[in-house]
Ligand binder design. Structure first.
Ligand code: PNS
Length: 181
């Protein structure tokens, strides 16, 4: 296990199974991991920072060496402020690489002592992104398997505030009624 703190920065709007996969992988490698949500990433995010924090808190509750934080401004400054030695980022496909390389090199220029480490999520999540999840959910499509169940439920509640899973009446379909009889 690598000594010291690693920071895993991102927007997490919303957290996906790909993020979770990476957090779990990172937590097995690094002594301590700080998942850091950028506070001003988008002008109109779907979930507030507080909502994202709450989701991530529940989703990472079992990972004892993972903690959560938020940051503004330069990531490298935040990393320095928590004494992180390295930055963890996920690379899903070659298309991610160019942007990630640019960002890693810019961060290195800003703070040469901070190393960026890339990890790959499970291949089943290689096409999953928060942006696509938002797009599919907003258009009423299914996101099961792409995000944790908790996030799936929060998406439903966000997009249809009248929807509350536990308050939903169980509608008996004719097929089910037939089966029961
Ligand atoms: O989940 P995302 O949106 O891909 O994460 C991008 C993030 C938050 C890691 C990146 O935009 C970032 O670090 N922003 C903070 C501002 C900063 O440090 N910019 C210089 C990086 S080259």
């Amino acid at each position: 296990m690598a000594k010291g703190i690693a920071v895993y920065p991102g927007s997490f709007d919303p957290p996906t199974n790909g993020h979770l996969d990476l957090i779990e992988r990172g937590s097995k490698i690094f002594e301590e991991m700080v998942v850091a949500i950028l506070r001003n990433s988008e002008k109109s995010p779907m979930f507030s920072v507080a909502e994202r924090l709450e989701m991530l808190r529940e989703l990472t509750a079992d990972l004892k060496n993972v903690r959560l934080d938020t940051f503004d401004g330069l990531m490298v400054q935040f990393a320095k402020s928590i004494d992180a030695k390295c930055v963890l980022r996920g690379i899903r496909a070659i298309s991610d690489y160019e942007y990630e390389l640019q960002m890693a090199l810019m961060n290195r220029r800003l703070e040469p002592s901070l190393e960026t480490v890339f990890m790959m999520p499970a291949d089943k999540y290689s096409y999953v992104s928060s942006r696509l999840v938002r797009e599919v959910a907003q258009a009423g499509g299914p996101v099961k398997g792409l995000v944790p169940e908790l996030v799936e439920q929060k998406l439903r509640e966000k997009l249809d505030p009248a929807y509350k899973l536990e308050e939903r009446p169980v509608i008996d379909s004719p097929k089910r009624r037939k089966k029961k009889a």
